[in-house]
Design a binder for this molecule. Structure first.
Ligand code: NAP
Length: 559
């Protein structure tokens, strides 16, 4: 093993969202030569892009914020239980500015390719501005839901009105009052938009292919005195989040579903339905995720709540999912969603019965009729989890392309390392603990673990770190096996890699995207790997055990 090759940076972080911001903070604190490359014109990731009306957290705001800084916790005031997008973006800017993190970020820098140079153990990144930047380690802080997808439908470019994906909602928001608006999709995003704009637009037509289960958000304001109480509880809040499978304050009801009476189950559900946030999903009996009978009963309960809220029985039935049970995919939380359909200016078109044929110059055509619109909103989801990776030409050992390796679905070790792609780390990667949890709680775990690993590498003169093939195979099998116990495996959703708009992701193939064992288990597994000297990784370099060249080195000042 040769000595270290000079690089532009020791670490390059790709993405300035929630993960990238915290990752650069950790690296700056260590005095490491590092930069963040971000394709967008500014930081914030999902909260920079998703500016659609109604965009807000589905996590209680104070459980979503970073926990790493006592000062941030002391200084930042959340204004709503489920904070809206403008506040969330302001918060991320507040954190970044407080620690001068912008100095270490480069915007409008899309990484088009990342190629591992085996002779020097460095990565060469090609940026859209023409530069090639080198680094020893790449940290992929890519968004899980950052590649919006549009329907594969003729005529999109022909529409003469305004149209956009919710992810690209114009920064100068269009005035929708008196407009005829179409929205395609009824996922979590559409459900937020529809509830928000129904009473603010001229006319709203929702094109629904499959309904989604959803439940009330029950949002409220946070007053100064509420905030003082929250602040006093921060330690307890984060301890609880670290203990629960989903990284929320919501703890599962550990009584056996079949051991309590139906009356007790109903009384629990009556209470949870009216409480804020994911209680109805995550404070429920654990069997609703694994047992068909338990799931059918809670699904019937939620269906009845929909029937109570939607006046027209036919519309109510159209809004009740029949192909999957409640909670087997992430539950969208709504405000006035079902009530929107009681309005005269809101119409529901069931495109499972009358499919969309094309976009026309004036609107949308189904197999049944033409509809005229001023604005078409595509709330049609994302090429989730691996989409952002597929958009970078990542080449590892022997020129192997990551997008080829992951063609049928990702395989990783711990969701952090990939065999054949040394020195590339993912604090929130596919098959890691963060996708299926309260996202920042998972991110802090991932970033801290990745940073600890890098410190270990620098302290021990390790210049090349790669997952072994057997370790990756074992982890991927473990992630796969966990799906077999979950009803989630039956759902056509982004958790199983389904997206009708992305080639290869259509019905039929399942992708094992997320670790379903819950955060506490994930944390104990990754900590054990570290405690055992990072077993499962092949480590080499001047100071690595067994490396003939010997001698540890400190690489932090590189760049
Ligand atoms: P999504 O859940 O994938 O929903 C996409 C919607 O578009 C579905 O209703 C889908 O119908 C429909 N669709 C897609 N292609 C279509 C086509 N060709 N023709 C007709 N309909 C089509 O995407 P999303 O709503 O953006 O939500 C994704 C995830 O983002 C959520 O699960 C959540 O994790 C996250 N999110 C979080 C929040 C929050 O509160 N913090 C808010 C929004 C989103 P099918 O079901 O039939 O495919």
């Amino acid at each position: 093993m040769t000595d270290k090759t000079e690089t532009d940076f020791e670490v390059i972080v790709i993405g300035a969202g929630v993960a990238g911001i915290y990752q650069i903070k950790r690296l700056v604190d260590l005095g490491v030569s590092a930069t963040v490359l971000e394709a967008a014109p500014d930081l914030g990731g999902t909260w920079y892009n998703n500016r659609y009306p109604g965009a807000r957290f589905d996590s209680e705001s104070y459980t979503y914020g970073y926990s790493f800084s006592k000062e941030v916790l002391a200084e930042w005031n959340w204004r709503e239980m489920f904070s809206p997008q403008p506040d969330n973006l302001e918060y991320l800017n507040f954190v970044a500015d407080k620690f001068s993190l912008r100095d270490h970020m480069q915007f409008n820098c899309r990484v088009d390719a990342a190629v591992f140079d085996e002779s020097a153990n460095i990565w060469r990144l090609t940026v859209n501005d023409g530069r090639t930047l080198t680094c020893s380690f790449v940290v992929m802080a890519l968004g899980l839901l950052s590649m919006p997808t549009y329907p594969k439908i003729e005529g999109r470019a022909d529409f003469k009105g305004q149209s956009f994906h919710t992810f690209d909602w114009p920064h100068d928001p269009p005035d929708l009052s008196d407009k005829r608006v179409a929205i395609i999709g009824t996922g979590a995003t559409a459900i937020q938009v529809i509830g928000e704009i129904a009473d603010k637009v001229g006319d709203l037509t929702v094109f629904q292919r499959r309904p989604n289960w959803s439940a009330p958000l029950n949002n409220s304001k946070i007053t100064d005195s509420d905030m003082a109480r929250i602040r006093a509880r921060y330690d307890e809040i984060f301890e609880t989040c670290a203990r629960t499978p989903g990284g929320f304050e919501h703890e599962p009801d550990r009584r056996g579903f079949h051991e309590v009476s139906r009356e007790e189950r109903l009384s629990l559900w009556d209470r949870l339905y009216d409480e804020p946030g994911f209680g109805i999903w995550l404070q429920n009996f654990r069997e609703i995720f694994t047992d068909d009978d338990a799931n059918a009963e809670i699904s019937d309960y939620i269906a009845d709540r929909i029937r109570q809220r939607v006046h027209d029985p036919e519309t109510a039935e159209t809004l009740i999912p029949k192909d999957h049970g409640f909670g087997v995919q992430r539950v969208p939380l709504e405000t006035n969603y079902f009530e929107a359909y009681n309005r005269d200016n809101v119409h529901l078109v069931d495109i499972s019965k009358t499919p969309l044929e094309c976009v026309t110059e004036t609107g949308l055509r189904t197999t049944e009729q033409d509809y005229a619109f001023d604005v078409i909103v595509y709330a049609t989801g994302f090429d989730a989890i691996t989409g952002a990776y597929d958009h970078v030409d990542i080449q590892g050992v022997g020129g192997e392309r990551l997008r080829d390796k992951w063609r049928e679905g990702p395989s990783t070790f711990l969701g952090v390392f990939i065999h054949g792609f040394p020195n590339l780390l993912m604090p929130n990667g596919p098959q890691s603990g963060s996708a299926s949890t309260n996202y920042p709680r998972g991110i802090e775990v991932g970033v801290d673990w990745v940073t600890d690993f890098l410190e270990h590498a620098w302290a021990n003169g390790i210049t090349r770190a790669e997952a072994t093939e057997p370790a990756e195979a074992r982890w991927t099998q473990h992630v796969t096996d966990m799906y077999s116990r979950m009803l989630m495996r039956k759902a056509k959703s982004w958790f199983t890699g389904y997206n009708s708009n992305v080639e290869g992701h259509e019905e039929g193939s399942i992708r094992y995207f997320v670790y379903n064992g819950g955060m506490p288990k994930y944390v104990s597994v990754i900590n054990e790997v570290a405690a055992n000297g990072y077993e499962g990784l092949t480590l080499s370099g001047p100071g690595a055990p067994g490396d003939p060249s010997g001698g540890a080195g400190d690489r932090r000042s590189a760049g």
